[in-house]
Ligand binder design. Structure first.
Ligand code: PEP
Length: 223
């Protein structure tokens, strides 16, 4: 099972250092299935027992892109894992930029967590699957380091995950389109994680709020 923590715009380098120390201690050995996405300014250079990924990057090595970070900056921290298409970034990134990020990350052989998700209106209109398929149109679904996170927007940050049946139905559809590992994200917490993990085709979870405190993230990992 993959456990990925998206810390969003939370944690400083100092607080993330404590977070990472506690997680390293809890993991003992390197665990290929644990991922944490801290804010870029909190990246750590040390050996970690989990994979440190970036929540965002610009598809460039370096250059005149004010405010962005490129591959050179990720290299400095050994980062080879990226999050693309999160609904909070889709407000800022258009389809062309999302595709450029995907293509660049693929060229660099990065592990890509590609997020997709529909809003409640789309779901209520019965258009979820068409919408999600469209979000996947521009990317290579056969890329071997691709992980797809299904994160319905109507569930993110609400404390209430999507219905098990809905998650199951969407993951089933996605599993026909790709061999990529499929995750669920959207208000995963200690009350629902066990049930979510039993869903067919679910290879793990992407967690926001419930992973902000390291003791909570460790509890979710350890079950
Ligand atoms: C997310 O935004 O990726 C997420 C899963 O957040 P939360 O767990 O807080 O819904």
């Amino acid at each position: 099972m993959i456990f990925a923590a998206n810390l969003k715009c939370n944690h400083t380098r100092e607080s993330f250092k404590s977070y990472a120390d506690a997680l390293n201690k809890a993991l003992k050995n390197k665990d290929e299935e644990i991922f944490v996405f801290p804010p870029n300014v909190a990246f750590l250079k040390e050996d970690l027992k989990f994979t440190q990924g970036t929540q965002n990057f610009y598809p460039c090595f370096k250059g005149a892109f004010t405010g962005e970070i490129g591959k050179e900056h990720l290299d400095e921290f050994g980062i080879k894992c990226v999050l693309i298409g999160h609904s909070e970034r889709r407000i800022l990134d258009n389809e062309a930029l999302i595709k450029a990020k995907f293509d660049f990350a693929k060229e660099q052989n990065y592990t890509i967590f590609f997020c997709i998700g529909e809003d409640l209106k789309t779901k209520n209109l019965g258009n979820s699957k068409d919408f999600l398929k469209k979000q996947l149109e521009a990317i290579d679904l056969n890329y071997e380091k691709l992980i797809i996170a299904y994160e319905p927007i109507y569930s993110i940050g609400t404390g209430i995950s999507a219905d098990k049946e809905d998650i199951s139905d969407i993951l089933e559809t996605l599993s026909v389109l790709t061999k990529a590992k499929l995750l669920y994200g959207g208000s995963v917490n200690e009350n629902n994680i066990k049930e979510i993990q039993t869903i067919k085709h679910c290879s793990g979870v992407l967690i926001g709020s419930a992973a902000l405190k390291i003791e909570n993230f460790i509890k979710l990992i350890k079950g």
